[in-house]
Design a protein around this ligand. Structure first.
Ligand code: SF4
Length: 244
């Protein structure tokens, strides 16, 4: 299972001890300050893709370990479906003569000059001669952030020790039986700058912009104890307007 992408995702050994319960905005929240800002690639990719407007949620996650709200996701089913897709894809690649590296074998952490850590765990890395691919297997609906997630892996892995060090990687996203290519040519100066700015925004000391909305808050795992501006009630439908 790729912990990066699940609601249980939580890096260990990154808290300050003892954990003084530090609420934000003066409230007694559940957040315990991390020793270093820590960011999963999946938190970055949603912001890079413009799928999330509340930057504060990722900023908070990168600076605090908190008591998460239950996600509502059927984690057992998700894990089983994902593992099945991963096994099938691995077998396919091996039959084509690739050497395949899986999940934890591919995990990495980059630390920047300011101490911010960015961590990821690509599902598969496949190498055959001069060819090198990083692949992510998706069981849900395709999203733009899937592309950014793979692009960040392609950007990061050549800096990490392993058979991918110094290599140009192409990317692929596997949606069931459909393979979507993410060519190495997509990594340009704009992508590098977007990555850099997003990391510094959510890993930096200044709280990022908070954008409460029912649409995002209802999927957010940060409770009202940590985010007093959380919106749990849907905006009422306006009927008495006479416009149409
Ligand atoms: S609860 Fe809403 S406003 Fe608060 S961090 Fe989550 S998405 Fe942002």
């Amino acid at each position: 299972m790729n912990h990066e992408k699940t609601p249980l995702a939580e890096p260990a050994d990154r808290t300050t001890i003892p954990p003084a319960q530090q609420g934000l905005s003066g409230n007694p929240g559940t957040g315990v300050k991390r020793s270093n800002p820590f960011i999963w690639v999946s938190w970055l990719s949603k912001l890079m893709a413009g799928e999330k407007q509340c930057e504060w949620a990722s900023w908070f996650r990168s600076h605090y370990i908190w008591e998460k709200l239950p996600s509502g996701l059927d984690l057992a089913k998700w894990t089983a479906d994902h593992a099945q897709l991963l096994r099938a894809r691995k077998a396919e690649l091996e039959a084509e003569g690739f050497t395949v590296y899986v999940e934890d074998q591919n995990s990495f952490t980059l630390m920047g000059e300011t101490g911010i850590e960015v961590s990821g765990k690509p599902d598969l890395v496949a190498i055959r001669g001069q060819e090198a691919y990083v692949e992510d297997c998706k069981t849900g609906t395709p999203r733009h952030s899937d592309h950014f997630q793979v692009l960040v892996y392609m950007l990061a892995l050549p800096h990490v020790e392993g058979p991918w060090k110094g290599r140009k990687l192409d990317g692929r996203i596997i949606y069931g039986g459909t393979v979507v290519d993410v060519p190495a040519s997509k990594i340009d100066a704009d992508l590098r700058e977007l990555f850099r700015k997003t990391v510094l925004m959510i890993g930096g000391p200044e709280p990022a912009h908070r954008a409460p909305s029912w649409g995002e808050c209802r999927y957010c795992d940060i409770s009202q104890a940590d985010c007093p501006e959380r919106i749990d009630i849907r905006t009422e439908v306006v009927k008495d307007h006479g416009l149409f």
